[in-house]
Design a protein around this ligand. Structure first.
Ligand code: HEM
Length: 158
């Protein structure tokens, strides 16, 4: 294993996770409460769409960097067999979360639910935004649980 490149990959892995999951945390805990305090439905939807529009390319880029650096690290560590060892369940949790976000960012949101969300934002904005907020809380909780599992797992907590 080339230790220097492994360290670079790990730095990039963590940077991308900070930007990506930190972005979700900011949207969920800061932006959504602000949106709730806005009276006008048009302004609510406008702000939400601006935030999503700006965050989407950032999340997609971070997702890609996390995956590439993660796969590189698994290869460097020769750790492919971890995926079948129950003790390393947190490795599967990490990749599982990455797959879930990948499906949402590249397939489900743009191709499947995106048009429906836009319709419900136009017809019933408050209810639609409340549903999207709950989804963001769920994704944030899941992401934090995975981060805690991975860091704990690396240090032999499980
Ligand atoms: C294809 C997807 C992914 C792969 C292959 C992957 C692989 C890896 C590997 C091999 C390590 C080093 C493990 C060790 O030193 O024993 C690692 C560290 C880590 N990964 Fe991932 N990962 C992926 C996605 C994710 C995701 C989605 C998250 C969380 C949102 C995540 C969070 C972390 C964290 C927090 C660390 C520890 C960093 C540190 O303490 O330096 N990874 N990952």
């Amino acid at each position: 294993m080339n230790y220097r490149w492994f360290a670079v990959a790990r730095v990039l892995h963590v940077f991308a996770i900070v930007i990506w999951i930190g972005g979700i945390a900011a949207v969920t805990t800061v932006i959504f409460p602000a949106i709730r305090r806005i009276d006008s439905n048009e302004q609510k939807v406008w702000l939400f769409e601006q935030v999503e529009h700006n965050f989407r390319p950032q999340a997609r880029t971070a997702w890609l960097i996390v995956g590439l650096t993660g796969i590189y690290m698994v290869g460097s560590l020769g750790a492919w067999k971890r995926f079948v060892e129950p003790h390393y369940w947190w490795m599967n949790a990490m990749v599982g979360l990455w797959v879930v976000f990948g499906l949402m960012l590249f397939i489900v949101e743009p191709l499947v639910v995106g048009p429906r969300i836009r319709r419900s934002l136009a017809s019933e904005p408050r209810a639609a935004l409340a549903r999207i907020e709950v989804l963001h809380w769920m994704l944030l909780a899941l992401s934090l649980a995975v981060i805690a599992s991975v860091v704990g797992g690396i240090y032999g907590l499980f």
